[in-house]
Design a binder for this molecule. Structure first.
Ligand SMILES: C[S@@+](CC[C@H](N)C(=O)[O-])C[C@H]1O[C@@H](n2cnc3c(N)ncnc32)[C@H](O)[C@@H]1O
Length: 180
């Protein structure tokens, strides 16, 4: 299963910090790729720098047409989830999504749409699932973290990268880091 995150509405300059956090959280919580609708070198460089030092194959990419991208993702049998405070509560819908993902012989790929500013109504219509992490407004970083954690059922928190140049040795007391 491949998990991708599509960031809609990123405002160049203004959103660079939060978009970087969305990207790094997506990587750390198990996604394989983040897609933007326009390039932002600050976000791209920050993501690539983390991947270079901390390992793995997380990708940053830019799509020409997000609607087209969603269409072809669905045509290839992928599941599209839009995170929105207006959607169905994650507590009710997640079991259905996990079952749907397992239908057929290979588990289906997943595309998660996450907004910055107001999300166009087409995103709601194109999504297979409009999912809320509660119906209160909060942050895209919190929303993506909780969705990915539920999707991977906690397992991504143990992820290790053999090619990492830096590795943390978990400790209940000390800061212990291995430089390879
Ligand atoms: C700061 S919010 C902006 C929401 C914007 N006012 C709108 O109407 O779409 C940015 C993104 O965070 C995510 N988000 C915020 N609160 C959420 C919630 N309770 N559940 C799921 N996603 C949420 C959504 O993806 C949203 O597009």
């Amino acid at each position: 299963m491949v998990v991708e995150v599509l960031r809609l509405g990123h405002r160049w300059g203004r959103d660079k910090r939060i978009s970087t956090h969305v990207a790094l959280t997506s990587r750390a919580l198990g996604a394989d790729k983040i897609l933007f609708v326009s390039n932002d070198d600050h976000v791209k460089d920050s993501v690539n720098r983390i991947v270079e030092q901390w390992g793995g194959d997380f990708k940053f990419d830019v799509v020409d047409s997000w609607k087209q991208y969603i269409w072809s993702f669905k045509k290839n049998n992928g599941i599209v989830i839009h995170l929105t405070m207006y959607g169905e509560n994650i507590n009710e819908i997640m079991k259905k999504i996990i079952e749907k993902r397992q239908e057929g012989k290979d588990s289906k790929n997943i595309l998660i749409i996450i907004g910055a500013e107001k999300v166009p109504k087409e995103a709601y219509e194109l999504a297979d699932y409009n999912v809320s992490v509660g119906n209160q407004p909060h942050s895209e970083v919190a929303a993506i973290a909780i969705l990915l954690d539920r999707l991977f059922e906690g397992s991504s928190l143990y992820k290790e990268y053999p090619d990492a140049k830096i590795k943390v040795n978990p400790s209940d007391r000390y800061k212990s880091v291995e430089i390879r």
